[in-house]
Design a protein around this ligand. Structure first.
Ligand code: IPD
Ligand code: CA
Ligand code: CA
Length: 261
């Protein structure tokens, strides 16, 4: 048995409602790394989503941020980020979401990203399109970097192999476009690119659970989405991401190539 888009929508709304109730309150924060944090709400959201999935699909594989890899059938795989944008959430900064993707035989089939504070639900089904709150979405029509508002993500520490290149690209593209935002949620960065609020997105190092749902949403909306080197197999680690309408995608690829990519 396979899930339907409405299953993901319902579960994302349930997890989002839990996050909305906890947003702005005090949190128990644990450091996973020097700046990498997890709150009690990440665990609660993840537990809810795991329970919903496993109660219907006990033999499916689930890959989650907080509790890792739950082995099941290779045919059916879920990618869950219970809060994408945990640092924003913990600071009371309203830019975070729940991200749920389902892949069948290695192909992304369903994706839902829910921003509970703005009550915005992005969804996509492979071959059928992408929607924001039920309305079809498409990327913007920018055809030059000067027309673009871009977004990226940056490492928080300087022992990443990508730190220098990521900051160099951020600087370069800031000077060549209308600006590059650093908003702190890879999933929403991609969804905002999918619906034309932003024109292009790249990030040197993300995880598959960060971008699985939103990559399907952006592709179904009409963006090209690959790793930075052009590889279309975005779920295969190490994961990086580059997205935009076809013209902006090509312009960003050229710009990133000038930095040795
Ligand atoms: C992070 C956010 C951030 C991105 C990081 C991710 P988290 O996810 O998506 O924008 O730059 O690479 O790890 O930790 O908030 O789930
Ligand atoms: Ca994430
Ligand atoms: Ca997360």
């Amino acid at each position: 048995m396979s899930p339907e888009l409405n299953d993901l929508i319902q579960w994302a709304r349930e997890a989002g409602s839990l996050l909305r109730q906890r947003f702005g309150g005090d949190h128990s924060i644990r450091f996973k790394g020097s700046t990498d944090i997890v709150t009690e709400a990440d665990h609660q959201s993840e537990a809810l989503l795991m329970e919903r999935i496993l109660s219907r699909f006990p033999d499916h594989t689930i890959i989650t941020e907080e509790s890792g890899h739950h082995n099941g059938s290779d045919e059916h795989c879920w990618y869950i980020d219970p809060i994408d944008g945990t640092i924003n959430f913990a600071h009371g900064f309203a830019f975070f979401c729940v991200s749920i993707a389902y892949a069948e035989a290695g192909h992304l089939r369903l994706g839902v990203v829910y921003d509970p504070i703005h009550d915005e639900l992005f969804a996509a089904e492979s071959g059928k399109g992408a929607w924001l709150n039920g309305v079809p979405i498409q990327p913007g029509s920018a055809a030059s970097l000067r027309e673009c508002l871009l977004v990226s993500g940056l490492p928080h520490h300087d022992h990443s192999p990508y730190t220098d290149a990521a900051f160099a690209c951020f600087r370069d593209l800031t000077l060549r476009s209308q600006g590059v935002r650093r908003l702190g949620s890879a999933a929403l960065d991609l969804c905002y690119t999918a619906c034309g609020r932003l024109d292009g997105y790249w990030e040197f190092s993300v995880q598959h659970y960060d971008i699985a749902a939103s990559a399907l949403i952006a592709r179904e909306a009409g963006c090209i989405v690959t790793k930075l080197d052009g590889d279309e197999d975005i779920l295969k680690p190490p994961v990086s991401i580059l997205a935009g309408n076809p013209k902006v995608y090509a312009l960003l690829r050229d710009a990133l190539r000038q930095h040795g990519l």
